[in-house]
Design a protein around this ligand. Sequence first.
Ligand code: C2E
Ligand code: MG
Ligand code: MG
Length: 571
Amino acid sequence: MNAKNAFSISEERRRILLVEDDYVNQETLKATLGDVYEIVIAETGEEALETIQDQYETLSIILLDLNLPGIQGIDVLSRIKKDPQYSRLPVIVMTSDNEAEVECLKLGAIDFIPKPYPASKVILARILRTIELSEDRETIRLTERDQLTGLYNKEFFYHYAAQLDLYHKDTPTDAIVFDVNHFHTYNDRYGKASGDELLIKIANNAMSYLDEIGGIVCRSVADTFMMYCIHTDNYEELLARLSACLDEDSISGNRVRLRMGVYVNADKNVDIERRFDRAKMAADTARDHLNAPIGFFDHSMREAEILEEQLIDGFHTALREKQFVVYYQPKFDVKQDVPVLSSAEALVRWKHPTLGLVSPGVFIPLFEKNGLIQELDNYVWSQVASQIKDWKENLNITLPVSVNVSRINLYDPKLTDKLLNITEMNGLTTENLLLEITESAYTEKTDQIITTVKNLRKLGFYIEMDDFGCGYSSLSMLIDMPIDALKLDIQFIRSAFKEQKDTRLLETMIGLAKSFEVPTIAEGVETAEQYAELKAMGCNIIQGYYFSRPLPKEEFEKLIINELKKEEHVC
Ligand code: C2E
Ligand code: MG
Ligand code: MG
C-alpha cells in the first residue's frame, strides 16, 4: 500500500454489519455482497450491540435479522435508534414475517429485505441506495449542524424557522434567545472542556423540551442559543427545564444560571432575523438580574428600535450635511498651583434635523454594533485635525486634542495609515492628535490590539487608556500595557465621592499609576472638593464640568483666548 492509499478513506470498501445467526443465510449474503463490501458478522443481539459500540464510526449500514437468540432483533433496532450516537446508522431489516414491517419502520428501520432473499442484484441495489441516501443525509447534517451540540447552526436555523412559518401561518410562535450568565468566567475557571459539557447539557435540555411542545433550536454563537417554538405561557418552567442538571459553580457555590429573552407571539410579518434581534434585546434587559432572569420584548423596546432605525437611515445624509458636530472639553494640567490648559477632548454630537441635539451615548454604541463608527470616527478625526491646524494658524497655539478611537477601529488594518494621513494632510505631528482607547478594548483580542497600539506609539501618537476602572483589565495588565496616560472612569470618581465618601481606592490607583510612571487623568470632575482632593492625591490632569462642559468650537475658542490672556498676565 503506498502512502497515499494509507490515508485514503474513499478507496476503502464500505463495511456492513450483518446480524444473522443462520449459517446458510450468512454465506448467501457474503456471496452476494462480499465482492463490493466488507462484511462484519454478529450472530446474536448482544454481539451486534457490542460491535456497534466499538466500530460504529466505520460502519455504513446494518442488515438485521429479527429472529435472533437472546436479545431479539426488534430490541436491537430500538436500542440503536434511541441512542443519539448510533441512530444515524441505517438499518435494513431482514425477515420472513411481513407483519413485522410496519413496526420496524416505526422504530426507525429504513428498508426491508424479505426472506427468502430476492435476486442478488435487488439486494445490492437496495443496500447501495440506502448507503448513498444516508451519506447524503450525513453530509447535510454536518453542514447544517453545530459540531459541538448537534443543534442547527444559525443560518440553517433561520431557514427552517422560515419554513415552519410557511406550514404554520396561524400558529402563535415565540422567538426566544437564551445564554449562560458569565459563561466566559466559567470557561476561565474550569477550562474549555467543562464549558463544552455545560453547553451540551443545555442543548439536550432544549431538545427534550422541544420534543414535547414542538419547535426548533440552534446554538447561534458561543453560549447563545435561539429557540423558535409554539407559544407557551409558562416561561419560568421553560427556563427551569433548560437549566435542569446544570452544575454548581464549585468555587462560588452558585448554580450556573441562564438568562432568557422572549419575543412573545412574534410578528410573522417581521423578518425572521429581526424577530430574534428583538428576543436578544429582551435578553439584554435580563443581564445579571438574578431575580428576573427573563426579559420580554415590549413597547419601549419597539420605540428604541424605531429610533435606531431612524439613526441608521439618517447616518449618511448626516455625514454629507455635516450634522455631526464636534464639541471640545478642556483638560487642565494641575501639577502647578495654577491649572494650565494642556489639551482638549473632542466629543461628537449629532444636530439631528428632527430629534434635536442627540448625545453620543445614544448613537455611538449603535454605530459600534453595525460598523458605521469607523466612518464617523474618521470624519471626527479629520475635523479635529483641521481644527488644531486652524488654531495653530489663527490663535498661534498648538493645542493637542484627544479623539476617541472605538475598539472596532483597532481591527482595521488601515488604521495607522488613516491617522498618519490625517495628521500629515493638516501639517500636524503625531503628538498633536492624542488617541483615547477605551479600557475594555484591551480585554478583547489583547495581542492584536497591543500590537496595533505599540505601532501607533512608535509613530509618536500618545495613547490614553479611557474609562479605566470600569472594565475587566487587571492592574497587572498595566505592566505590559503600552499607554501614555490613564484616564480614570467617570463612574469611578462618582462612587469615590458619593454620600459616604471613600477615596481610598482612587488614591491607590493614582499611586499605582505613578509607580508605573504613567500620568493619570480624572474625568467627570464636577466640584471644587473633587478637584482639590484629586490634585492632592497626585492626579496630573483634570477634565470635567468643574472647569467646563464640552463646548462648541466657537465657545471653546473663547476659552482658549481667555486662558492665553491669563498666561500672559502671569508672565
Ligand atoms: P468618554 O470618552 O468617556 O467621554 C467622557 C464623557 O463624560 C463625555 O460624555 C463628557 O461629556 C462627559 N463628562 C465630562 N465631564 C463631565 C462631568 O463633569 N460630569 C458629567 N456628568 N459628565 C461629564 P459624552 O460627550 O456624552 O460622550 C459619551 C461617550 O461617547 C464618550 O465617553 C465616548 O466613549 C463616546 N464618544 C463621544 N464622542 C465620540 C467619538 O467621536 N467617537 C467615539 N468612538 N466615541 C465617542
Ligand atoms: Mg474619551
Ligand atoms: Mg471616559
